[in-house]
Design a protein around this ligand. Structure first.
Ligand SMILES: [Fe+2]
Length: 179
C-alpha cells in the first residue's frame, strides 16, 4: 500500500488513491488492484525492453479493510498508438490522429464480483474528445490535482464499484485497450 510503481525516475509523481466498493457502497477489502501506465515519454515498459526497467509503471495492490488503495506513479502522458502499419493508413484515411489521452490502466478483481478492466483519464487532456481507440467515457475522467506540500507533485482520487458476479452466466465483459 502506497508503494511507488515508477522505476525509471522519470515524470511527475502522482499519488493515485481511492476505494473499491460494492454497488451499495460497502467497502471490498482485499480487492486486487492491478495498474499500469506509460512512462513520461509515452511508452510502456514492454515497448522499450532494455531501455526501461522491467515492470516499470506496473504494480499490484490489495485494498485494506476500508476498501482503500493507494500507490505512487506518474501523471500519465498522452501517447500515439503504433501507426506505422495498416492502422496508420486507416487513421490517415479517416483524417484522425493516433493519440490516446493520458490514462492509468486498472484491473480490479475480488471474489464474488465481476472483473473490472478499465482506465481513468486525466481531466483536461487535449485528446479526451478524440481518443484514437474510443475508450473515453465521462465517468472515467479523473481529476489530477496539484498536491503541494505532499511527497508527490500530483494526486488523483478515483473510486471503483464492482458488480456482483453473474452466477448463471459467469461471463465477464472486458475491453482490450492498449499494450
Ligand atoms: Fe494505455
Amino acid at each position: 500500500m502506497g508503494d511507488t510503481i515508477t522505476l525509471d525516475g522519470k515524470g511527475e509523481s502522482c499519488l493515485f488513491e481511492g476505494r473499491v466498493l460494492d454497488p451499495t457502497g460497502v467497502a471490498i477489502a482485499d480487492a486486487r488492484v492491478e495498474v499500469w501506465s506509460d512512462n513520461a515519454e509515452g511508452y510502456y515498459d514492454v515497448q522499450q525492453p532494455g531501455r526501461q526497467p522491467r515492470w516499470n509503471n506496473r504494480g499490484t495492490f490489495l485494498t485494506d479493510k476500508d476498501g482503500a488503495y493507494a500507490f505512487v506513479g506518474i501523471k500519465p502522458t498522452s501517447y500515439p498508438i503504433p501507426d506505422d502499419g495498416p492502422v496508420g493508413r486507416m487513421l490517415d484515411a479517416l483524417d484522425r490522429h493516433p493519440y490516446r489521452p493520458a490514462h492509468m490502466h486498472f484491473l480490479v478483481t475480488a471474489p464474488g464480483f465481476q472483473k473490472l478492466v478499465t482506465h481513468t483519464f486525466v481531466d483536461g487532456d487535449q485528446y479526451l474528445e478524440s481518443d484514437a481507440v474510443f475508450g473515453v467515457k465521462a465517468s472515467l475522467v479523473a481529476r489530477v490535482e496539484p498536491s503541494p506540500g505532499d511527497v508527490t507533485q500530483w494526486r488523483s482520487h478515483f473510486d471503483f464499484i464492482l458488480d456482483p458476479a453473474i452466477q448463471s452466466q459467469g461471463a465477464v465483459h472486458t475491453r482490450k485497450c492498449g499494450p
